[in-house]
Design a protein around this ligand. Structure first.
Ligand code: ADP
Ligand code: AMP
Length: 223
């Protein structure tokens, strides 16, 4: 009997383009977990681990956490049992060094299966990020206008307190967008050249984006 292949999807796009929202929705359809490097760093920051203390210095400025620690964290995460069939990578890779490290990490699995690029304008992502609220305990993501919780400031899932991420302040967001264009956007060309890139119009409603994403996955035979 041959083991079934692990599937690794990469979600690419500017901060606030909806990667996390869609990754959370898609994990049930695909039966593989969302692996968000931002969430992993935030967990470490909350627990005040040495990695969290280091990462916070970069996150607060909207800079990328150094590649070496980021790559090591992802390598460890992908070895966990829930990634036995693959993962939806949300926020990784974020530059060319990380992309080639990921190619090496996934060499035995045939590399990245598909890269989905969420395209959305700076204005749209700025509106989304400044209205984003996150549950302090479970990490569920809301938007004050586009996806509000039933009760203001309270998570629908576990009743946790909703907060504005420190790096979602407008000044930090501007730098995060700059970092995206400078360091992450070259990945569009990198994956296009490998024939792995698919684009989704991220400016649509959350349900329309999910629909487009599902259609794409079906057309590639992943659903
Ligand atoms: P990313 O993971 O790319 O940074 P998120 O998924 O956290 O982005 O989405 C950013 C914010 O925009 C959140 O507040 C989320 O609720 C909201 N959002 C996500 N997708 C959409 C969409 N298609 N339309 C409107 N708001 C959205
Ligand atoms: P996100 O939750 O994806 O918006 O990420 C929040 C912050 O975490 C980023 O601004 C970076 O400081 C850090 N981060 C997340 N993913 C990476 C990555 N792949 N490489 C370096 N830093 C990252």
């Amino acid at each position: 009997m041959t083991a079934s292949k692990r599937i690794f999807l990469v979600l690419l796009g500017p901060p606030g383009s909806g990667k996390g929202t869609q990754a959370r929705r898609l994990q049930e359809h695909l039966g593989i977990p969302q692996v968000s490097t931002g969430d992993l760093f935030r967990c470490n920051v909350k627990a005040e681990t040495p990695l969290g203390v280091l990462a916070k210095r970069y996150m607060d400025k909207g800079e990328l956490v150094p590649d070496k620690v980021t790559i090591r964290m992802v390598a460890q995460r992908l070895q966990e049992e829930d990634c036995a069939n693959g993962a939806i990578l949300d926020g990784f890779p974020r530059n060319l060094i990380q992309a080639s490290a990921l190619d090496e990490l996934l060499a035995a699995d045939g590399g990245v299966a598909l890269v989905v690029w969420f395209n959305a304008s700076d204005e749209e992502v700025m509106n989304r990020i400044t209205g984003r609220r996150v549950c302090r305990s479970c990490g569920q993501v809301y938007h004050m206008m586009f996806n509000p919780p039933q009760q203001e400031g309270v998570c629908d899932v576990d009743g946790g307190e909703l907060y504005l991420r420190a790096d979602d302040q407008p000044e930090t967001v501007k730098n995060r967008l700059y970092v995206y264009y400078k360091q992450s956007s070259p990945l569009v060309g990198y994956y296009y050249a490998k024939g792995l890139l698919a684009e989704v119009d991220g400016s649509q409603s959350p349900d329309a984006v999910t629909e487009a994403f599902l259609t794409l996955l079906k057309s590639h035979g992943y659903l």
